[in-house]
Design a protein around this ligand. Structure first.
Ligand code: ADP
Length: 492
């Protein structure tokens, strides 16, 4: 009998970077040279006649010019949303509302490739991520909440619910289409109308969504999509006829919004920053944990509020984990986000790259030991090598502050109590991860970690049925699942 050959695949890490290019085609998506505001079912020019450029962060090339909405435009959008709410949407039976929401979900699926390409060109994230995560998850949110539209009495048994009215929604640049879906779908399902503003550097997929909403024949004014920067966002927040603010973004702007709506009747959900701890115990499946840590902080360039940017490793496996992380770091492909092989794409903007580079400098000045992958970076565009810091003190800024980039701070620990104390010792509390073989340890950790989401033996997993949201300076309110409905209804 012939000896059976080992079928172990030995991955030579150098060769991973020498894969032939596999670029997605730009021509499968159409980007107009200029985009207007989507108000009352129509695309309208901004009353101030001002436009700003949207840049591809991977190449620094201009993609399109985007309309800037001023106070008058915001007012028009809110008026349209109010009229649609009073005259059409709040009166419409849930089963009818659901049909529109399902239609939007299906149309996103039909145009999935186009959405993925535009998301990657506009935001710099790898096409694999836009294609396999952002776009399908966005469609799933619409599907999921469409299902609730006529079943709200089952979501809140023996209670009476009514919609809030006009929801003002402000979203960030890290998951532009997904955040729009995350905000719009539950609002519509519950009978509210919407004025939503994408982030100024990633407006394109929200505007494509506006095209779908128009084609889906959603009654005019039910969803209004307006573009602009902070001043436009502030105009939505301060508009007296907005009943609810849903914001995802920085803790700094979250605090401004809280101050602005204090003393008003506006309801709010705020999903803010994070500094998630990933915790590896010595009984964890180490290779799986290392892959989870890599996925949790380096994919999507660390542009995730729930990114696992801190890692705590039990002392007896510390050296092994760090060695494996460094090896894996070397195999990550950094570069053209449109290439299907790319793991880490472009940083979303020059300003964000400067912030990340500044934190990398701070880490070194604080005395932490830095390790960066040796990947060569494209000459144009905004890129950052994946970076690991060891020898980190709990008080270091790189262990306390949100960096929003591919930078991981690693520390060791000995006991459960020690790691719980360290993991909870930041101003944030959005998410955490636990890696262990023991179910009992998982339950012990999940009850003691002050984080809205705790993943066990996995990380950064999202599903429309699961609630998401934070503690402390990570914000309040929950989005997703049945909990996400509560944020858009009055319950009596
Ligand atoms: P990030 O740091 O992730 O860019 P920001 O909090 O600055 O997050 O931005 C998130 C969203 O909030 C964007 O759409 C941005 O235009 C908007 N925004 C910025 N400043 C304000 C403000 N003062 N009021 C309302 N929205 C704002």
């Amino acid at each position: 009998m012939a000896t059976k050959k080992s079928n172990t695949i030995k991955l030579k890490f150098d060769s991973a970077r020498n894969l032939a290019p596999a670029p997605e085609s730009k021509s499968a998506a159409k980007i107009d040279p200029q985009y207007e505001l989507f108000i009352n079912g129509k695309f309208e020019k901004p009353s101030g006649k001002k436009y700003f450029a949207s840049i591809n962060p991977a190449t620094e090339e201009k993609l399109s010019m985007i309309a800037e909405a001023n106070d008058a435009d915001v007012n028009k959008a809110v008026k349209a949303a109010r009229a649609a709410y009073e005259n059409v949407w709040k009166k419409m039976p849930g089963a009818e509302r659901a049909k529109y929401i399902y239609r939007i979900a299906r149309m996103i699926q039909e145009r999935a490739r186009e959405f993925a390409i535009i998301e990657t060109l506009d935001g710099g994230k790898p096409i694999r991520e836009s294609r396999d995560f952002d776009v399908p998850t966005a469609a799933n949110h619409f599907f999921y909440y469409a299902g609730w539209a006529d079943k709200l009495e089952y979501a809140f048994p023996n209670r009476h619910t009514s919609p809030l009215g006009v929801a003002g929604q402000i979203i960030p640049w890290n998951f532009p289409l997904l955040m729009a879906a995350w905000k719009i779908a539950p609002a519509l399902a519950c009978g509210n109308t919407v004025v939503i503003k994408p982030a100024e550097n990633t407006s394109l997929t929200a505007l494509k969504l506006a095209e779908i909403i128009q084609e889906a024949d959603l009654p005019a004014g039910v969803v209004n999509i307006i573009t602009g920067a902070g001043a436009t966002g502030a105009a939505i927040v301060n508009h007296p006829d907005v009943n609810k603010i849903a914001f995802t973004g920085s803790t700094e702007v979250g605090k401004i919004i809280q101050r602005a709506i204090a003393g008003t009747n506006k309801k709010a959900t705020l999903e803010l920053g994070g500094k998630a701890a990933n915790i590896i115990f010595d009984d964890a499946p180490i290779d799986q944990a290392v892959e989870g840590v890599i996925n949790g902080i380096f994919f999507n360039q660390g542009h995730v509020c729930c990114a696992g940017s801190r890692l705590y490793v039990q002392e007896s496996v510390f050296k092994e984990v760090v060695r494996k992380l460094k090896d894996r770091l070397e195999s990550l492909i950094v570069g053209d986000p449109m290439d299907k092989n790319t793991d880490i794409g472009a940083i979303n903007s020059k300003e964000q790259l400067n912030i990340i580079n500044n934190y990398i400098k701070i880490g070194q000045q604080e005395g932490a030991e830095m390790y960066q992958s040796s990947a060569s970076l494209p000459k144009r565009g905004f890129y950052c090598r994946p970076t690991i810091f060891t020898n980190v003190a709990q008080s270091n800024r790189i262990a306390q502050e949100e960096i929003f980039g591919p930078v991981l701070a690693i520390q060791s620990f000995r006991t459960d109590d020690e790691v719980i104390e360290k993991a909870n010792n930041t101003p944030y509390g959005l998410s955490a991860g636990v890696w262990t073989d023991k179910g009992s340890k998982i339950f012990n950790m999940t009850t003691k970690l002050r984080a809205g989401v705790v993943w066990a033996n996995t990380f950064n997993k999202f599903d429309p049925t699961s609630p998401f949201g934070g503690y402390k300076e990570s914000g309040y309110g929950r989005e997703g699942g049945v909990h996400g409905l509560a944020a858009y209804v009055n319950i009596v």
